[in-house]
Design a protein around this ligand. Structure first.
Ligand SMILES: O=c1ccn([C@@H]2O[C@H](COP(=O)(O)OP(=O)(O)O[C@H]3O[C@H](CO)[C@@H](O)[C@H](O)[C@H]3O)[C@@H](O)[C@H]2O)c(=O)[nH]1
Length: 349
């Protein structure tokens, strides 16, 4: 934890979700003075309250769609991590306006609430699905990034520094494919694979939250930080899980779902042309030109390098044994293997 974040007050929107909870735990163990959780579901808050038993955590029932509820939760806070979102691809396809209300207008409310409370820095959680988006969830997250960047461009003297972090698939997040495959394997069923050759970035939460802390303290307004990750095909992911549980690899092929891509893109070629590479992550700075393009003629792009999108089909590809090793780093997978009496001796539960 960066020393400058110690003894500070934080608000996490969507703090009961997979990413939000990881961030709450991280900030508590690192000495935060207070961590507030804003979310809609009081039952999930109660579960988290019982699990954490830490009086530095305060719970606010509310919704980012409601400016008043975010403004109250952000009172006296130094840093905000905005993870609240509608994130299921199929449901956003059926209800795109709901995605706009939460992911776009809700994010604008978060900025407004931060400004009203002189919050130093807010970091928005984005996704690879926001790059060259084809589904409503990704389109709404792309617009969320634009809202963050436009705030930075239009308000050079703003109280709040707004930046984004962008990630690929979070392994074992709620409702995602890994817990589903494990449930199917443990029930003795074949796993349901949409499209075996489809690729996804695989990222563990534990190794990803660092980037949020970095963004809190190092971001320039409008920056997008992109965590690099390795990728796997869905068939290899399924095979790795079957191997770990010691069952033969059998799949039922379902076909691609509404709004899915064969590969996800973490950073587009256009972004990479002016991004900085920091090893584990890219920083894409704000294009801070105003609308008077004529003024910039002399400074136009000088030479466009041969740069390619960073996507899950050209990213470093994990082999099946590598996916197995990565899965074994997840405490949830180790617990499931232990319950099935399949945890390798070399690994502790
Ligand atoms: O029964 C299933 C369900 C899913 N898949 C595939 O598994 C992959 C991952 O699916 P899933 O875990 O549902 O995640 P995504 O739909 O890729 O979306 C997740 O990952 C995104 C980051 O890319 C986040 O933004 C989203 O919020 C999060 O839901 C995809 O290729 C699916 O086609 C299957 O093969 N079989």
């Amino acid at each position: 934890m960066l020393p400058s974040l110690k003894d500070q007050r934080f608000l996490i929107t969507g703090g009961t979700g997979s990413f939000g909870q990881t961030m709450v735990g991280r900030l508590l163990s690192a000495g935060a003075a207070e961590v507030r959780v804003l979310s809609r579901d009081e039952a999930k808050q109660d579960d988290l309250r019982r699990r954490l038993r830490d009086d530095r955590v305060r719970f606010y029932v509310g919704d980012v769609r409601d400016l008043d509820s975010v403004t109250k939760a952000a009172r006296g806070v130094n840093y905000v991590f905005h993870a609240a979102a509608l994130k299921q691809v199929p449901s956003c396809e059926f209800f795109p306006l709901e995605a706009v209300r939460t992911n776009v207008l809700g994010s604008a409310n978060v900025i407004e609430a931060c400004e009203r409370n002189d919050v130093a820095s807010v970091v928005f959680l984005s996704t690879d699905k926001a790059v060259q988006p084809i589904n409503a969830m990704g389109i709404s997250k792309a617009l969320m990034e634009k809202v963050a960047q436009a705030h930075a461009r239009n308000n050079p003297n703003a109280a709040t520094n707004v930046s984004c972090v962008r990630y690929g698939n979070v392994m074992y997040s709620r409702g995602s494919v890994i817990p589903l495959f494990i449930e199917q394997i443990r029930a003795g069923q074949p796993i349901t694979v949409t499209e075996p050759r489809m690729t996804r970035f695989l990222m563990s939460l534990a190794e990803s939250v660092d980037l949020v802390e970095h963004a809190f303290t190092h971001a320039n307004p409008g920056d997008i930080f992109i965590r690099k990750a390795a990728a796997s095909t869905i068939a290899d992911l399924g095979e790795a899980l079957c191997n770990l549980f010691g069952v033969p690899f059998k799949m039922n092929i379902l076909g691609i779902r509404h709004g899915e891509k064969m590969a996800e893109t973490l950073a587009s070629r256009e972004e990479l042309e002016h991004a900085q590479d920091f090893g584990d992550f890219f920083r894409v700075p704000l294009d801070s030109r105003d609308l008077n393009y004529a003024l910039y003629f002399d400074e136009g792009e000088i030479e466009r390098e041969q740069v390619f999108d960073f996507n899950s089909s050209n990213a470093p590809r994990l082999t099946v044994p590598e996916v197995e090793s990565l899965l074994l780093t997840l405490p949830e997978v180790r617990a499931q293997l232990s319950a099935a009496d399949r945890l390798p001796d070399s690994v502790t539960a």
